[in-house]
Design a protein around this ligand. Structure first.
Ligand code: ARG
Length: 252
C-alpha cells in the first residue's frame, strides 16, 4: 500500500471510529432535564457556572440508577411546562409542586419532597403584619408562574408583583418594592440562613402543604416508570437520604 493510501485508510478508520463514538454517545440515552436555577437550595448556579442543588443531585442519582446521562437545561420557570409539551426537554425537576392544574397538562412522578409556602416580611413591619390575614392590601411578590406568585395574588387581594428570578423577589422585599415575599418555605429559610438579611423575618403561620414531583410528557409512560423506579432505588440504597442531609443538614 502506498504511503498516501495508508494515510487515507488511517484517516478513514479514525473518522469511522469518531462517527461511531458520536452515534453511541447519543444513543447513551441523554435525558434533557429542564430547571430554573435561581431557587436555592434546590437548583442554583455554582461558582463554576454549573447548576447545583438538591434537585440536581436527585435527578443525577436517578439518571445513574436508570442508565441516563443527565443534561440540565436552565430556563424561566414559566417556560418549563411548555418546553416539556413541545418535547424540547424530556423532564422537569424544579422544586415543582404537584398541582391539579399542572397534572392536567403533564405527568408527575411519585412525590419526592414535602414542602409548602411561607411569607417573608421586613422586621420593621412585624407589628403591622401579625397574621396572614393582615396581608390583604399589602404588596406581595413571588416568582413568575409559581404557586407562591398565585398565593401572593390571593392573599394581597390582587396586589401582587411577580419576577423572573428568585433573587429579584428577595431584592424587592429588601428594597421595599413589596411588603412580603411568598415562596416555598425551604427557599425562604435557606435565604435567611445564608444571606445575612437581618432585617427580614419569616411569618410564623404556614400557608400551604405542597409536594414536589418530577414532570414528564403525558405520553411518556416509559420515562415516567423509569424515573419512579430510579427514585425507589435511590431511596432504598440510601442515596436519597444522603442528598437530603447534604443540602438540609438534617436527616430526612
Ligand atoms: N414549588 C413552587 C411551584 O411549583 C415554586 C417552584 C419554583 N422553582 C424554581 N426552580 N424556581 O410553583
Amino acid at each position: 500500500m502506498s504511503l498516501k493510501l495508508m494515510q487515507s485508510v488511517k484517516y478513514l478508520t479514525a473518522a469511522a471510529a469518531f462517527t461511531f463514538c458520536a452515534v453511541s454517545a447519543q444513543a447513551a440515552d441523554v435525558l434533557r432535564v429542564g430547571t430554573e436555577a435561581t431557587y436555592a437550595p434546590f437548583e442554583f448556579m455554582g461558582d463554576d457556572g454549573k447548576e447545583i442543588g438538591y434537585d440536581i443531585d436527585i435527578i443525577k442519582a436517578i439518571g445513574a440508577a436508570e442508565g441516563y446521562e443527565v443534561e440540565i437545561v436552565n430556563m424561566g420557570f414559566d417556560a418549563l411546562i411548555p418546553s416539556l409539551l413541545s418535547r424540547q426537554i424530556d423532564a422537569v425537576i424544579a422544586a415543582m409542586t404537584i398541582t391539579p392544574e399542572r397534572a392536567e397538562r403533564v405527568a408527575f412522578t411519585e412525590p419526592y419532597y414535602d414542602s409548602g409556602l411561607s411569607v417573608l416580611i421586613r422586621k420593621a413591619d412585624q407589628d403591622k403584619f401579625k397574621t396572614i390575614a393582615d396581608l390583604k392590601g399589602a404588596v406581595l411578590c413571588g416568582q413568575i408562574g409559581t404557586t407562591g406568585a398565585k398565593k401572593a395574588e390571593e392573599l394581597s387581594g390582587g396586589n401582587a408583583k411577580s419576577y423572573n428570578y428568585e433573587s429579584e423577589v428577595f431584592n424587592e422585599l429588601k428594597l421595599g418594592g413589596c411588603d412580603g415575599a411568598v415562596n416555598d418555605r425551604p427557599v425562604n429559610l435557606y435565604f435567611l440562613a445564608t444571606s445575612h438579611a437581618e432585617d427580614i423575618v419569616e411569618m410564623s403561620e404556614r400557608i400551604t402543604a405542597e409536594q414536589y414531583g418530577i414532570a414528564v410528557h403525558k405520553n411518556n409512560d416509559e420515562l415516567l416508570s423509569k424515573l419512579n423506579a430510579g427514585l425507589k432505588k435511590i431511596r432504598e440504597d440510601g442515596t436519597f437520604a444522603k442528598i437530603h442531609e447534604k443540602w438540609f443538614k438534617v436527616a430526612q
